[in-house]
Design a protein. Sequence first.
Length: 336
Amino acid sequence: MNLVRAEVERLSARRFVQLMVVLLAFAFAVTAATTLAGSHKPSADEMNSARAQAVEARQGMEVTHQQCLARQNGTLPQSDMDQYFPQDCSEIDPIRQDRLPIAADFLPGVFSFANQALPLLYFLIAFLVLFGFLVGASYIGADLNSGGVVNLLLWRPRRLTVLATKLGTLLGMVLVLALIASVAYLATFWVIGQTAGLPGRLSGEFWRSLGAVHLRGVVLVLLASALGFAIATLGRHTSAALGAAAAYLVVWELGGRLILEIIDARRPDRFMLSSHVGAWLTGEAKFWDTCPGSSGTGYCDGSYSLTWGPALVVLLVLTGGLIAASFAVFRRRDLI
């Protein structure tokens, strides 16, 4: 009997996996039903009013930019001097903004696929990351705890081959499920936008941006699955992965962050795994830190950012290191 096919059947037959799939479908259904119930097709009057408000908002941005330039040139009237303007007027230049106000922004109660697709995709990725971590931990943890791995080794007495097959099967099935769920999820909301809302401006740039986030999200889901698998292998139990995740969040993400703030450490967010996850998923995460030696007077730009490249390296090193450690321990461990 083929080892991969046997592992696929074992993973598919696990009640916990089936329960998580049901919960995933339920969450999708509730989100879609809530969106559908809270949206409607806008009337012609609503669209005309929204377009007028969008035009007015864009004109207001242009007026503010011109006033900022006038202040720099010293030609701003005294009556407008109390208004706040940034040091660099290019920050509020409408031409340089990532996004300008559109009619959909002024249509409350109307679902716009172009505006809401990205937040909805982030929700999906978050759920799939949790799904992958829990399934990966329970898949190997339950087998190690119940003796299932020992029985499997009696049939195929090659430890590393068996463990690698389990990991590969897990990642393959999680990948297939993530792709199917993503297509069904986004297609459902696209239909809602077409029939009970607005599709929005679905340009090529929009789809490229959405596809890039989806690709990074799928990679993050696979890393979370492998991470749960590796920690549970090291701890020989599903609860080891859950305990490690909870301990990290409480001890480091909360307690460690507090300590770093107390000792006034420079750029503490770069030491947090959550910061690297956010940087990888969004492409760039921006943070703010106080300037060294700043007394609170004068202008100081304490902003800094983490980009997706270094963030991916951190995630790969962490996951790869734990996987390598789990294989090394599993090779020498007494499983009885």
